[in-house]
Write a protein that binds this ligand. Structure first.
Ligand SMILES: C[S@@+](CC[C@H](N)C(=O)[O-])C[C@H]1O[C@@H](n2cnc3c(N)ncnc32)[C@H](O)[C@@H]1O
Length: 234
C-alpha cells in the first residue's frame, strides 16, 4: 500500500465532515463494514455500485475515491478496469488489501497524491457528504483526462413525505440496534442527521458546472434514499 500521509492537518480541520468521518470510520467498524452496509441497505448497496460500474464501462484507468474496504474497487477490477483506490482511513485500506491485488493509496480526497491527467474516470460512493466538495471536484478535474467521467454517489433524504416517515422510522430502529452493536453506535445514531443536513447533490452539481464539467446530471435511486451525480470533463 502506498502510504502518502500528506493529510494536511489544516484541510482536515477545515471541514466538519472530516471530524464525522474520523468518528464513523475507525478500527472498530472496519472489519464489519461490508456486512453492515449490505444488511442495513437491504442489498441496495450492491445494486448502486453495479450502476456506478456501468457509468465507467468505457473507461480504462479509474480512481475510486474513498474506496474504504474496497467493495467498489474490487467490482471495478473484476469488470476489467485499471483501478486505484484512495482512502483516508488506514484500517479500512487494510481490509481492502485483503480483497486481493488492489492498488491502494492513503490520503485525503481534497489533495490527491496523483499526477495531473492520469485517470479516465473518478467514482466515489458515500464520500460527498463528508468533504469540501469544491476542493474535491477541483482535484478530480486536475487528475482527469479530457473526456473523463466523474460519478459521485451517496445517501439522500427521501423527499416524499410518506417515504421520509418510513426512512426516519428505520433510523430509529437502527439507533435502537446501536445500543447492542457498540462499534456502530455512533453511525446508527448520527448518520440520518448527517444526511439530512447535507446538500451534497446540489453542491456537487454546482461545483461541477462551475468548473466546466458537461452533461451534469443527478439521478435518484431506491425511493430517493441515494443519488448519483455524473459529469464529463470536456
Ligand atoms: C461509508 S465509507 C464508504 C467506503 C466505500 N466507498 C464504499 O462504498 O463501501 C466512507 C469512506 O470515506 C472515507 N473518507 C471520508 N472522508 C474522506 C476524505 N476526506 N478523503 C478520503 N477518504 C475519506 C472514509 O475513510 C471511509 O472509508
Amino acid at each position: 500500500m502506498h502510504n502518502s500521509k500528506l493529510c494536511v492537518g489544516r484541510i482536515l480541520l477545515a471541514h466538519s465532515g472530516h471530524a464525522t468521518a474520523r468518528k464513523f470510520f475507525t478500527s472498530a467498524t472496519a472489519a464489519s463494514y461490508d456486512s453492515c452496509v449490505k444488511i442495513t441497505t437491504f442489498g441496495q448497496d450492491a445494486a448502486w455500485k453495479r450502476e456506478i460500474v456501468q457509468h465507467v464501462a468505457r473507461s480504462n484507468a479509474v480512481l475510486d475515491l474513498a474506496c474504504g474496504t474496497g467493495i467498489l474497487t474490487s467490482l471495478l477490477r473484476s469488470a476489467g478496469r485499471q483501478v486505484v483506490g484512495l482512502d483516508l482511513t488506514e484500517e479500512y485500506l487494510l481490509q481492502a488489501a485483503k480483497k486481493g491485488d488492489l492498488q491502494l493509496s492513503q490520503g485525503t480526497a481534497e489533495v490527491l497524491p496523483f499526477r495531473s491527467g492520469i485517470f479516465d474516470a473518478m467514482v466515489s460512493s458515500y464520500l460527498a457528504k463528508y468533504v469540501d466538495i469544491d476542493r474535491v471536484v477541483q482535484e478530480c478535474w486536475r487528475v482527469l483526462q479530457p473526456g473523463g467521467v466523474v460519478v459521485f454517489h451517496d445517501f439522500t433524504c427521501p423527499s416524499s413525505p410518506a417515504i421520509n416517515g418510513l426512512w426516519k422510522s428505520y433510523f430509529s430502529i437502527l439507533r435502537f440496534f446501536g445500543t447492542f452493536f457498540k462499534s456502530w453506535q455512533a453511525v446508527f445514531t448520527d448518520l440520518d442527521n448527517v444526511i439530512i443536513q447535507s446538500r451534497w447533490v446540489d453542491d456537487t452539481k454546482d461545483a461541477l458546472c462551475r468548473l466546466g464539467f458537461q452533461d451534469v446530471t443527478a439521478r435518484y435511486y431506491t425511493l430517493g434514499t441515494s443519488a448519483m451525480v455524473v459529469g464529463i470533463k470536456p
